[in-house]
Write a protein that binds this ligand. Sequence first.
Ligand code: HEC
Ligand code: HEC
Ligand code: HEC
Ligand code: HEC
Length: 444
Amino acid sequence: MILLRGKEPIMKKRTPAYALWSLALVAVVGVLALSACGGSGVKPAATSKAPTPAAPQSFPGVTSVADIKLPAQWASKFPEEVQTFEADTQPLQPVQSYLKIFPFLSTIYAGSPFAKSYDTPRPHLDALQDAKNSPRISAASDSVCYACKSSQYTISEQNGQSLAKVPFAAEVHTVTQGITCYDCHKNYPGPGSQTASAANGTYLGAIRTPFLTAFAKEIKSGQMQPGNAACGQCHNEYYFDPKTGDATMPPEMTDPFEIYAYYNKIGYSDFTNPNTGAHMLKAQHPEYDLVASDTSMHATAGLNCADCHMEQTSDGKTSHKLTGPLYSAQIRKTVCLTCHSGTDAQLVALIKSSLASYMAQITTDGNALATFTNNLAAANKSGKYTAAQLDPIREQERESQWFLDFIMNENSKGLHNPTMATKCLTHSLQVTQAGEAALAKLPK
Ligand code: HEC
Ligand code: HEC
Ligand code: HEC
Ligand code: HEC
């Protein structure tokens, strides 16, 4: 049951970013509506208090990695941000293998490096080393895998030297700078990052070209909140551009149904299942995609990644030790319980029960898809059927897997967008069932 307060939000110590952002949108829409009406010649009220997102180009990036300012160089100016950033050393949840949590994965990922190893996430400070240690990395891996682990990749690319197709192993000793302040602030961190970047001469947002390109409209128009852009540049769905080898995002798309149609149109696949012959897709951590396509109250209220994953320190600064609503009583109190009524314990129970229901649905879908995959593999192996007979069924395997994977691989397991999670998981199971029916119709 969802309990909501039918009254004014509780007063907070500091106006949270999401409240300001909603106000700003109202202000902007108001101004547009005024000018659209032709007006009476009255100038719209100044909107100087409205957040102005930073235009990335007004904050030049560095040309050499040596010019990145590191946490130690910010320590005296921003002690709390640096301290909390450096304290982010413990995974939010004990690290587990997804291959154990979801045993069906080894069947549906056959042919993908993810069938070898796939763990729950760990902190940002470990990201670069974790990639270097990953059993998924092989002699065939390219340096594009550094794209979301190090700004060195980005700086190199922006200065005309793409590492995308350079072997991963060749750069192990040169790419050494893990995720740091630069990844979200360039060299311009500072007060007001979230709410008045341009005005304050501070930057918060994406630095990565593929994301800045794919979502240029939202970023330039200020529709995308800085607190979503900073995180979304890595936490999103991408594919490898067949020409450049670079990590690329489907342009202006966050809806998994649209992305699927796009991949079909360009004939993209990530791997081939050797048992069934199907050309498969691998969804990647599409947190941004689900948050951005959310239509629930959470989105309407303008909540962004930082609101739900970064606490405020006692003097109103932003803690850079990432957390989440499940792990932070403070976030539940200052963000969630302004709408949700009931006790903190009831809210925790609501989060856990929602999570459990998505996990159960993922397991049901995954088991059904694994059975279907095995049945299709048997038909394929029998040698009795032509490509014309099996290809449409292979497409059903691809489709079912994509919609399951999109939610399975999304790190909140659907909580970021309950409506879309339900839609995808329902669709996946329906496609599996249609695939089984098509198999059953093949001549024996
Ligand atoms: C430079 C790319 C990048 C950016 C920017 C980024 N992330 Fe991450 N994030 C990662 C990677 C990679 C991992 C997984 C690291 C691992 O498992 O080794 C991760 C892991 C996480 C985790 C799991 C941590 C844990 O201990 O379980 C959370 C939560 C998270 N990120 C939230 C955010 C938020 C919120 C933002 C924006 C404020 C953000 N990320 C920005 C790349 C990024
Ligand atoms: C993963 C992205 C990310 C990284 C990395 C990051 N920040 Fe931030 N930072 C943010 C976000 C998001 C906010 C704004 C939060 C808000 O206003 O709600 C912020 C806000 C700030 C602010 C504004 C004051 C405040 O505390 O709200 C300062 C100063 C700052 N960061 C400094 C740093 C420094 C120094 C580093 C490196 C040690 C760093 N940041 C690394 C995302 C990041
Ligand atoms: C309305 C609140 C809300 C917003 C906005 C939000 N998240 Fe989450 N997020 C959650 C909840 C709830 C969970 C699941 C439990 C938890 O981590 O507290 C979660 C889980 C995660 C996890 C997995 C953490 C783990 O347990 O290892 C990651 C990573 C993550 N979110 C990233 C993001 C990113 C990136 C964005 C922005 C694109 C974002 N979130 C926006 C509420 C939110
Ligand atoms: C602006 C008001 C508002 C805020 C703030 C808010 N919620 Fe919600 N929440 C809602 C409403 C309304 C619903 C029910 C329907 C919907 O999705 O629109 C909901 C639904 C939920 C659900 C059920 C999702 C499902 O599976 O159907 C969970 C879990 C949840 N909220 C957790 C949180 C957490 C955690 C936070 C804080 C990070 C939070 N909410 C903040 C209004 C809010």
